[in-house]
Design a protein around this ligand. Structure first.
Ligand SMILES: Cc1ncc(COP(=O)(O)O)c(C=O)c1O
Length: 383
C-alpha cells in the first residue's frame, strides 16, 4: 500500500548522514565528557564542536548554548528556571494562549508557588498583537514566552516586535523556536530574545536531544542538579551521540534551508489551493502567508477529525489533529479554541505537515483520498 507521511511537525525520520555521524559515539567513542582521560577528552571535544555548530546557526556565543534532552525540557527550563529567579514582587508571567503544552503547563506548574500566569490572546489567524501584549505588561511582569511558529496551525509570531517591547520594559523574553529552527532563519540577535528553545528530532536529528539558548546574564535556576555539566545549568552526563547527531542535523538543515523552504512553500500553496478548489467547505486555518513553509491545516466542516484521520491512516496517509487523544475521545485543541472556534469546530481541524521526501504526486494522492473520505463521512452523518 502507498505510504505518505505528512506529520513532520510531530517528528521527522533520522537522516542517514546524521546516523553515520552519531555511530562512533554509540560504539568506540563512549567516553564520559567529564573524564580527564583521552576517552573523556574526545567526547568533550565532540560536544564542544557541536556547541559551536549550534551557536553559529543561532548567531549566539557557544557559552550561551545549553544542551538538554528535548524541546520540552528546553521550554521547561526556560520558563520555570527563569521564573524561579524572580523576586517576590515580580511573579507575573505572560504566555501566549497558543503555546505548546510544554510552555503552558510549565507556567501552570508555577501557580501554586505564588506566580500569576496570564494568557495573551491571539487574533483569528493565531497571531499575538504586540500592542495588546504591551498593555498586559505590568511592573510585576518578569517573563514573557511567545513561540516563533505554532506547531498546529503554523502561524508565525511577530517575535522581533515582542522582543523590543520586552526589552523596553525590562522583561525577560523566551521564544519556543522548535518548529522554525532549521526551516527558517532563527537568529537570536535579530530576534532580540533572552531564551530560545530548539529540538533535534524536528529537523531529521535524533530524539532525546534539544538545546536552550541562554543570553549571557539571563537569570536561570537549574532544574536538574548534581554534577556541574552545561555550566551548572543542567546536571547529568551528556547524551554525546544525541548532541553530535543534533549538530549534524543542524549543519545539513542550514546548508539547504532556503531552497527547501522555498520548495515546501510552493508545494504547500499548491496543496492548499487544490484542497480548497476540490473539497467543499474546506477552510484553511492560520495565517494565509505568515505560516510555516510545510504546514497546511484545514477545518473540514461537519467532519470530525478523528474519523477522518482513521480513514486517512487506512489509506496509508499519516496526518494529525492538534488535539490530544485522551481516553478515546478527542479533546478540542486549545489552539483552535484560542482562535475563537467553538468546541465542535475545534474537533474538525486536521494538520498536514510536509517534509524532505514529500512530492506533488504524494499530495495529489492525499487530495484524492480526502475528496472521497470527506464526502463519505459527511454522507454518513446526514443519513
Ligand atoms: C512548538 C513546540 N514546542 C515544543 C515541543 C516539544 O519538543 P520535544 O518533542 O522535543 O519535547 C514541540 C514538539 O512537538 C513543539 O512543536
Amino acid at each position: 500500500m502507498r505510504a505518505v507521511y505528512l506529520d513532520h511537525a510531530a517528528t521527522t525520520p533520522l537522516d542517514l548522514r546524521v546516523r553515520r555521524a552519531m555511530e562512533p559515539y554509540l560504539k568506540s567513542e563512549f567516553g564520559n565528557p567529564s573524564s580527564l582521560h583521552r576517552w573523556g577528552r574526545r567526547a568533550r571535544m565532540a560536544i564542544d564542536a557541536a556547541r559551536e555548530t549550534l551557536a553559529a546557526a543561532l548567531h549566539a556565543d557557544p557559552a550561551e548554548i545549553c544542551f538538554v534532552s528535548s524541546g520540552t525540557e528546553s521550554c521547561n527550563l526556560a520558563v520555570i528556571g527563569c521564573a524561579l529567579k524572580a523576586p517576590a514582587n515580580r511573579r507575573h508571567i505572560l504566555v501566549s494562549a497558543v503555546e505548546h503544552h510544554c510552555v503552558l503547563h510549565a507556567a501552570e506548574w508555577l501557580r501554586p508557588f505564588g506566580y500569576e500566569v496570564e494568557h495573551i490572546p491571539v487574533d483569528r489567524y493565531g497571531q499575538v498583537d504586540p500592542d495588546a501584549m504591551r498593555e498586559r505588561i505590568r511592573d510585576e511582569t518578569w517573563l514573557v514566552s511567545v513561540m516563533h511558529a505554532n506547531n498546529e496551525i503554523g502561524t508565525l509570531q511577530p517575535v522581533e516586535a515582542i522582543a523590543r517591547i520586552c526589552k523596553e520594559r525590562g522583561v525577560w523574553f523566551h521564544v519556543d523556536a522548535v518548529q522554525t529552527f532549521g526551516l527558517l532563519p532563527v537568529d537570536v540577535e535579530a530576534i532580540g530574545c533572552d531564551l530560545l528553545s530548539v529540538s533535534a528530532h524536528k529537523i531529521y536529528g535524533p530524539k532525546g536531544a534539544g538545546a536552550l539558548y541562554v543570553r549571557a546574564l539571563t537569570p536561570l535556576q537549574p532544574l536538574m542538579v548534581g554534577g556541574g555539566q552545561e555550566r551548572d545549568r543542567r546536571a547529568g552526563t551528556e547524551n554525546v551521540a544525541g548532541i553530535v547527531g543534533f549538530a549534524e542535523a543542524v549543519k545539513l538543515a542550514e546548508a539547504t534551508r532556503e531552497t527547501e523552504a522555498q520548495r515546501l512553500t510552493q508545494l504547500r500553496d499548491r496543496f492548499i489551493q487544490t484542497v480548497r478548489e476540490t473539497i467543499p467547505n474546506a477552510i484553511l486555518t492560520g495565517h494565509p502567508t505568515e505560516r510555516l513553509p510545510g504546514n497546511a491545516h484545514f477545518r473540514f466542516v461537519g467532519v470530525p477529525a478523528d474519523s477522518l484521520l482513521i480513514a486517512l491512516d487506512r489509506a496509508g496517509i499519516g496526518a494529525s489533529s492538534g488535539a490530544a487523544c485522551s481516553a478515546g475521545s478527542l479533546e478540542p485543541s486549545h489552539v483552535l479554541l484560542a482562535l475563537g472556534w467553538d468546541e465542535t469546530a475545534a474537533q474538525e481541524g486536521v494538520r498536514f505537515t510536509l517534509g524532505h521526501d514529500t512530492t506533488w504526486d504524494d499530495l495529489q494522492y492525499v487530495v484524492d483520498v480526502l475528496c472521497r473520505e470527506v464526502r463519505r463521512i459527511r454522507d454518513k452523518s446526514t443519513v
